[in-house]
Design a protein around this ligand. Structure first.
Ligand code: ARG
Length: 580
């Protein structure tokens, strides 16, 4: 149910009936609440079409609006704005119809099949703060789309291909040259070999190996050779690679679990590269690849380009497959296995050129149209210096370290009167994840923001802890009101009306969020309804109210707000603790 949409439709009919054809009418929240709840600005536009004054048109419309008992206090202001107010009865009726089930407010917007490509963790490399945003935003967009009718598949798209893993194996080989993986004559079962390497080791090895490769020619060459062996599934090297992937994947999964992030698919770049031969056939058939300085490229520039869009690097001059080509292969695989209507890539906005090249190339190959592929580019989480958030000594901040930092800060703030020492860790974990996620989803997706732990974990303000606390308060109010009626809304005053209108606006908030693929309208909305509730709660003594009609209305309203709040927190993938 979307009453604003229904009213827009009805208004269009009313304009029609009065003799004014108009494509779409948009009821806008009023700038002047004293004149009405909403305003219609369309009479100005029509004036020039019908050679009449806006006031004249507004008067014709007002005459019809006055006859409709949905509206009251219809008045004309300024040069021809129509102010209208929804009648109390209409609002009460509308809100009453969703008390038992607030999901009635949510209408499907599409039944398309979409793959959301997010996460993008790299094997053998610790997740860092950059991966946090992809995980949070991707998971929330996926859940939102699901709620709105899309068939959605989330794919972690692991970075498990390419030179980094060759260097990791090079380092392992130097440390443990006797491992059977490096023994050409080994004919046992690789699965039985105990690996002296943990995930922590891998995370330590990776930066060391890539630094050495930069300084040491021999090391670099050995890394290249080993990478090649892995990519050609050479016995031993390939088996070790599989083991490394398994170790790392288990840890990556745990990290995502901590963030309540779940993928339907755990495909990797290496799975996609299996489709390279198919891709080759298509590129040959289309004749789009050309030589350039020893490499092979696909031209993707378009005449209308304002900036220079360089060719996509297809095969590097050393013969290996580029990052862009792994993405082309992935699209071949996705087309074949899922055939989605759209693919949404939730990836750092600094990769926007990469995606422009990939999308254009794949369109040239005839597999997808560019408008089926959307790069949801997000901004970075920065430190107070405005640069991507780092550790104190300037190193890359791992996701684990960041989560620990937020956890500690949250634990220190837990209210000891309500929470026992035993309960505190579990609760602090949930609240800290909420703090981080909410802050991460608060700015519009493409903007950078500054990491401010004090602010994020504060229970006052536009924060995760504030929204959780308010939600828990609604729940406990309802619990304490057990046995009291809470099924009907029959009372309205100015303050309640604002809340009812907020509630009825929910479908528009969700639709806008999915359209722009950003969660900020949802976090803003959560803050709006929880703070409206808190103001109301502070003013009224719900449980001891003697006017039963009022009390029942208040409790029904609380029920609705709690249900919406839970629904939205679930979309944002934020868990609510029992208490805090
Ligand atoms: N693994 C990549 C990185 O860490 C991100 C992958 C994004 N997804 C994609 N289909 N390219 O930068």
């Amino acid at each position: 149910m979307n009453i604003i949409k229904d009213i827009n439709k009805e208004l269009k009919e009313i304009f029609d009936k009065a003799g004014y054809k108009i494509e779409d009418i948009e009821l806008k929240p009023s700038q002047r609440k004293d004149l009405g709840d909403f305003q219609i600005n369309d009479c100005m536009k029509l004036a020039s079409v019908y050679h009449k004054s806006p006031i004249q048109i507004a008067n014709d419309i007002k005459e019809l609006l006055d006859k409709d008992n949905k509206f009251t206090n219809v008045n004309i202001a300024g040069p021809g704005f129509i102010n209208i107010t929804l009648s109390d009865n209409y609002i009460i009726e509308s809100i009453n119809s969703i008390v038992a089930d607030t999901d009635k407010l949510i209408e499907p917007v599409s039944d398309k099949t979409v793959i959301v490509d997010y996460g993008g963790a790299n094997v053998a490399k610790a997740l860092h703060v950059g991966h946090l945003r992809s995980a949070n935003i991707g998971e929330a967009i996926k859940r939102l789309a699901q709620k709105l009718g899309y068939k959605v598949v989330g794919d972690a798209h692991l970075g498990d291909y390419g030179r980094p893993l060759g260097f990791v194996e090079t380092e392992i080989k130097r440390r443990y040259p006797d491992l059977p993986f490096f023994d050409e004559n080994f004919d046992g079962n690789y699965d039985d070999i105990e690996l002296p390497i943990t995930n922590e080791d891998l995370e330590e090895i990776y930066p060391i190996a890539s630094a050495k490769a930069k300084e040491d020619e021999d090391y670099l060459e050995e890394g290249r050779v080993i990478t090649n062996k892995i990519q050609h599934h050479e016995k031993g090297y390939y088996d070790l690679w599989k083991r490394i992937v398994d170790i790392s994947k288990a840890d990556i999964k745990k990290c995502y679990d901590d963030l309540n992030v779940n993928f339907e698919l755990w495909n990797g770049e290496s799975d996609a590269v299996e489709y390279f031969d198919q891709l080759e056939e298509i590129t040959k058939e289309k004749g789009v690849v050309r030589e350039s300085e020893g490499a092979q490229v696909i031209d993707v520039a378009e005449e209308t380009d304002k900036i220079d869009i360089p060719p996509l690097l297809y095969i590097k001059s050393n013969g290996s497959i580029s990052y862009a080509t792994t993405d082309l292969c992935t699209l071949v695989q996705r087309k074949e296995e899922i055939n989605p209507d759209e693919v949404w890539y939730v990836v750092d906005h600094r990769q926007s050129l990469h995606f422009t090249q990939v999308f254009r190339a794949i369109e040239k190959l005839g597999l997808f149209k560019q408008d089926q592929l959307i790069h949801v580019g997000y901004g970075t989480m920065n430190g107070k210096d405005g640069k991507p958030y780092k550790t104190r000594d300037g190193g890359i901040m791992t996701l684990k370290a960041l989560l620990d930092e937020v956890y500690e800060s949250t634990l220190n703030r837990i209210n000891n009167d309500k929470v026992t020492k035993e309960e505190a860790p579990e609760i602090a974990k949930k609240v800290s994840i909420a703090a981080l996620k909410f802050a991460d989803l608060l700015p519009s997706v493409e903007t950078d923001y500054i990491f401010d732990i004090e602010k994020f974990t504060d229970i006052e303000g536009k924060t995760g802890p504030y929204v959780l606390y308010s939600t828990i308060r609604m729940k406990s109010l309802l619990k304490n009101a057990q046995g009291m009626e809470n099924d009907e809304i029959s009372y309205i005053d100015e303050e309640l009306k604002d809340m009812y209108l907020s509630i009825l606006d929910l479908p528009n908030v969700l639709e806008k969020a999915i359209k722009v693929k950003s969660l900020n309208d949802i976090t803003d909305y959560l803050y709006l309804i929880t703070s409206q509730f808190n103001t109301f709660y502070a003013k009224n003594k719900v449980l001891t109210e003697e006017d039963i009609q009022k009390r029942t209305t208040w409790l029904a309203l609380t029920k609705v707000l709690l249900s919406i709040s839970n629904t939205l927190l679930d979309i944002l993938s934020i868990e609510v603790p029992e208490k805090m």
